[in-house]
Design a protein around this ligand. Structure first.
Ligand code: IMP
Length: 188
């Protein structure tokens, strides 16, 4: 992949600005703090895409939280296509037995990744298990997932930025956007 001088030049359209994301994350943090008032929460971030969201969201939560990180990847498929077979690259490092657990995701697309992950986490016997996703793309859902907290519902477009990548690039953009078609064409 060629190195780009300025990542923002590859962006055709900004879907969510930094200010919009910040305001929404604050709101989610407030709601989560209210819903779990008087309890302790374990936030489980699903790497790598949810990293900026997790970092921002945890600082908007007023109750005591512990954090843990998991990394999963789908077998095969391309960057824009999910086969539904999930592999755990990094497992939890803490015991979630009897804990209130909130999974922090970047985006739910087909739902296959999270469907697998929820079954896996349920097997570890948490007191409660809920989902908070920054983005929801319901148009492409293949399995029904009960999502408790949604930042933004977006149309069926491949998005990058604020953690989300195309070919591992663009995660460090402060906004969520759509790439220019030439960028995909360049990389075949
Ligand atoms: P799902 O299993 O189809 O719900 O896919 C979830 C994962 O696919 C996300 O955690 C992302 O890593 C990736 N993904 C899905 N849609 C997009 C997108 O529009 N941009 C970047 N990554 C995406």
């Amino acid at each position: 992949m060629t190195r780009r001088a300025d990542l923002a030049n590859d962006v055709a359209e900004v879907l969510l600005t930094e200010a919009e994301i910040t305001a929404r994350v604050q709101e989610l943090g407030r709601r989560i703090s209210e819903d779990y008032a008087g309890r302790e929460l374990t936030l489980v971030s699903v790497l790598k895409g949810s990293l900026p969201f997790m970092a921002d969201l945890m600082r908007e939560i007023a109750i005591p939280v512990q954090i843990d990180l998991m990394e999963v990847s789908s077998y095969g498929g391309t960057a824009t296509e999910n086969t539904g077979l999930v592999r755990i690259l990094k497992d939890l490092s803490s015991n979630i037995d009897g804990r209130d657990v909130l999974v922090v995701e970047d985006i739910i697309d087909t739902g296959l990744t999270l469907n697998y992950l929820m079954r896996y986490l349920r097997g570890k016997n948490p007191a409660s298990l809920r989902i908070c996703t920054l983005l929801d793309k319901p148009a492409r859902r293949l399995v029904e997932i009960p999502v408790d907290y949604v930042g933004f519902t977006i149309p069926d477009r491949f998005v990058i930025g604020y953690g989300l990548d195309y070919g591992e690039i663009y995660r460090n953009l402060r906004f969520v956007g759509v790439l220019r078609p030439e960028v995909y064409a360049d990389q075949g």
